[in-house]
Write a protein that binds this ligand. Structure first.
Ligand SMILES: CC(C)(COP(=O)(O)OP(=O)(O)OC[C@H]1O[C@@H](n2cnc3c(N)ncnc32)[C@H](O)[C@@H]1OP(=O)(O)O)[C@@H](O)C(=O)NCCC(=O)NCCS
Length: 146
């Protein structure tokens, strides 16, 4: 399966990203607070992955906090396509966007099962795990090379 990761630049891209977030966070994981949209989405930079059949197979977002820091989040890949490299491609794209925005550091509140995914890509745990909406999370951060 060929996958194209790109900046979500059209209403179609964004609708597909929000639909995938609903499918993963609300339907699959049963997270009580709706994660399909929030106030940060309007100012976030989003990425989407499309397969060659026109299906959205991944998404994630970058929210710029200040001149040097960004927060990653809402990374989602359909369950049946995980561990095939899509998540890593999304993360690469988000980090490239962060560098283009001049950011020096990224943080992520990772769901605990996703900690190895971020750790394998240079993110370091900060502090103890905490609960968010009943889901265990851990805060992680990474300094971006110039
Ligand atoms: C987290 C998520 C986006 C990763 O996407 P993915 O497409 O499965 O990731 P990849 O296939 O690119 O995997 C990249 C690496 O992380 C590892 N990895 C991925 N998920 C992992 C997990 N749950 N536990 C351990 N390792 C994991 C893979 O083995 C791979 O390692 P390697 O490249 O060093 O061999 C995906 O699992 C997902 O959508 N999870 C549900 C939603 C979620 O928890 N999102 C994160 C919110 S913080």
């Amino acid at each position: 399966m060929a996958t194209l990761v790109r900046f979500a630049s059209s209403p179609r891209d964004l609708e597909a990203a929000f639909a995938l977030r609903r499918a993963v966070f609300e339907v699959e994981q049963g997270v009580p607070r709706p994660l399909d949209r929030d106030a940060f989405d309007d100012r976030a930079s989003h990425v989407v992955a499309w397969d060659d059949a026109g299906r959205c197979v991944g998404t994630g977002r970058l929210v710029r906090l200040d001149r040097r820091t960004g927060v990653l989040g809402r990374e989602a890949v359909p369950a049946e396509l995980r561990r095939t490299g899509i998540g890593a491609a999304l993360l690469d794209a988000l980090e490239r966007m962060a560098k283009l925005q001049g950011l020096r550091e990224l943080t992520v509140n990772a769901q605990l099962p996703a900690e190895p995914f971020y750790r394998n890509r240079g993110y370091v745990r900060e502090g103890e795990p905490f609960q968010d909406q009943g889901v265990p999370h851990v805060r992680m951060k990474k300094a971006l090379a110039r």
